[in-house]
Structures are given as C-alpha cells and as structure tokens.
Design a binder for this molecule. Structure first.
Ligand code: GUN
Length: 283
C-alpha cells in the first residue's frame, strides 16, 4: 500500500493564514511584528533560505530586515548588531542564519541574542527549557515536524522513534520533543553502529543527515512514518534537482506516512518561524 503523503506545503499555508490573522489582531493594538535576520558570508543555501523567509514575512505582514555582512566580518561587528537589535523595540525576533563564517564563534553570537527575541530557539536558555520539559521557543524545524505528526495523528506514545542526525538545530531538539510525547527515542549519528538495524525497527524514522538516498526501502519498517529533513541539491543531466535523505520513490511503497522533498518539512520550518515571531511580538 502506498504511504500517505504528509503535505507540508498545504499545512504551512494554513499556518500562515493563522499568522496573517494574528498580525491583523496585533495591528489593532498598534503592533507590527518585526523580524531581523543576520546573514554573514556567501553560503548559497543560506541566501536562498533567507530570501524565502523574507518573502514569507512579507506575505503575512511581518516586517523583515536583513543585515548582510561579508565573509570577513568580525565577531565584534556581529555582537554589536545583535546588541542593537536586542534594544530595538520595533524588533521582536532576531534570527542569525547559520552557518556563520569560520572565524566567528557561533555559540557566542547565539548567546548574545535576547532569549525573548530568539525566534529560532537556539539560545541556551530556550534549549534548556526544552530539555527541562517546559518548552518556551522551540526550534522551527523540529516544531514543524511535530505539527505535521500531530496533524496526521501519527501515534507517538510508546512507539519507537529513531532520529538520524544529532545537530543542535534538528536532531537533538526533535529527540526531546518526541520524548515529551512519550516516544522511545534513539539518536543515531556518524559513529553509530548498525544504523540500518536501528532504522528498520523504527515506527517513526527521521532523517536529518544531509545525504541523498541515505534511507532505502530496506531500512524502513512496513507502515512506519518517515520524515525527511534532508535538503540535497543534485545536478544531473545539467538540471538542478532538490532531493532529501530518503529514497522517496522506493520508500513510499513501504512506509505508512512519508514527507516529500520539496513540500514536506521545509515549508513548515518557515511557518513555525512566523508563528514564533508573532508570539514574540504579542508578549
Ligand atoms: N541554517 C540551516 N537551518 C537553519 C535554521 O533553521 N535557522 C537558522 N538560523 N539557520 C539555519
């Protein structure tokens, strides 16, 4: 039986409609939510992400400003900018696009963002709240995945969830959110042994590694829910194709649910960012 497709594009559109309505309500109180984005260096993917985020802000009525810096930017310049944005009452959310250039200590920059304006949920205080089981601002990609799972009523309690990838942005916070919903969670990473065997016993399998075709049909339990966080650009026959970490065409015949790439997790990440901005503005 073919898997049900978890349509992130359409769910994200619903979320954006809710954000738009909330922006209209806030405008009656004289508040216009404002997002400031810091983009440093010339990572091509980061530029695309930032452009998409700014476009989504525009569409929903959130004011967005992008502060661009060359790859030679100094730590002190970025810190100065973050401090100015922390103090600016028209800015409700601050997003530091990662990765930052190599000479920058990213942790120091993220720690400088006021936790109340940390719409990415990357500040240690917000990550700590998540760890303690009292989430405040939740990182956008994991939040978007949880929303997709809830919307499709994928059972989580007591089920086995296997997360491939242990990044601070996706793997670790997502594992905590799944744990909070009573899943039995395993995190696999580059040093893990028997990843195929771990994956095969998962009721919920999340691939957040960044390697095309990492998850094959042989690694998926029949009926499992497969969430693909990968964004891999393949250029074949001169064409530029976007694929995830999952061999979608083969896995969709084994899985019970599956997210496509594009149109699965990606649009949900941006929708959650908008929600986090509006929440920050309404506090
Ligand atoms: N780089 C890749 N994903 C993200 C994200 O969700 N937020 C930020 N700030 N940087 C990223």
């Amino acid at each position: 039986m073919a898997a049900r497709i978890l349509d992130g594009k359409s769910l994200a559109a619903q979320v954006r409609a809710g954000v738009k309505a909330e922006v209209a309500r806030l405008s009656q109180r004289g508040i216009r939510p404002g997002l400031a984005v810091i983009l440093a260096g010339d990572d091509a993917a980061s530029r695309v992400y930032v452009r998409n985020k700014a476009r989504a802000c525009e569409e929903t009525g959130v004011r967005s400003t992008v502060f661009e810096y060359p790859s030679t930017v100094k730590q002190s310049e970025l810190l100065e900018r973050v401090r100015a944005l922390n103090a600016d009452p028209a800015v409700h959310g601050i997003l530091v696009q990662l990765p930052l250039p190599g000479q920058i200590d990213s942790e120091k920059i993220l720690e400088a963002v006021s936790p109340a304006k940390d719409v990415d949920g990357f500040h240690p205080a917000n990550l700590g709240a998540l760890l303690a089981g009292r989430p405040r601002v939740v990182p956008c990609t994991p939040a978007g995945i949880m929303r997709l799972l809830s919307e499709a009523a994928v059972p989580l309690a007591g089920r086995s969830a296997v997360v491939l990838g242990r990044s601070n942005i996706v793997g670790k916070p997502l594992a905590l959110l799944l744990l909070q919903r009573d899943a039995t969670v395993t995190i696999c990473h580059s040093k893990s042994k028997n990843i195929e065997m771990e994956a095969k016993q998962a009721d919920i399998l999340i691939a957040a590694v960044g390697r095309a075709n990492l998850v094959t049909a042989a690694m998926v339990k029949p009926g499992a829910c497969v969430i693909d966080v990968g964004v891999n650009r393949l250029s074949d026959a001169g064409a530029n194709r976007l694929v995830g970490d999952v061999d979608f065409d083969a896995v969709k015949n084994v899985a019970g649910w599956i997210t496509p790439v594009p149109g699965g997790v990606g649009p949900m990440t941006i929708a959650m960012l908008l929600e986090n901005c509006v929440k920050a503005a309404s506090l």
